[in-house]
Every structure is written in structure tokens, then in C-alpha cells.
Write a protein that binds this ligand. Structure first.
Ligand SMILES: [Zn+2]
Length: 58
């Protein structure tokens, strides 16, 4: 059995959530911490120059 060394942040930075990070949303994760619906919301706001209503993971 080989043990892989992980830095203190490796589990946090690289691991994608299983669910959307938006409060009250329980949809499966799609990208940047969002489900498909919230990803589209964020992307649309961003591209139209507005402040996104939702906050991505990074
Ligand atoms: Zn969502």
C-alpha cells in the first residue's frame, strides 16, 4: 500500500463539490461550484457586464 502525500489544502482546492454551492439549491454540480442553472445565471451576468448574483468557487 502506497501513501500519497497531500498538502493541507489539496483536498479543498482540487475537489469539486457534489452539489451546487448556491444556498438552497440541491442540484448536481456542473462547473465552478454551480449546477447548470446557476452556472448559466453566473455566466450570463458576467458576460453582460453585471455583478453576478451568485458567487463561483474560484
Ligand atoms: Zn444551483
Amino acid at each position: 500500500m502506497q501513501h500519497v502525500k497531500h498538502g493541507p489544502w489539496s483536498g479543498i482546492v482540487t475537489k469539486a463539490p457534489e452539489r451546487c454551492v448556491v444556498n438552497g439549491c440541491d442540484d448536481p454540480h456542473r462547473g465552478r461550484g454551480f449546477c447548470h442553472k446557476h452556472y448559466m445565471t453566473w455566466d450570463r451576468d458576467r458576460k453582460s457586464g453585471k455583478v453576478p448574483r451568485v458567487t463561483p468557487l474560484r
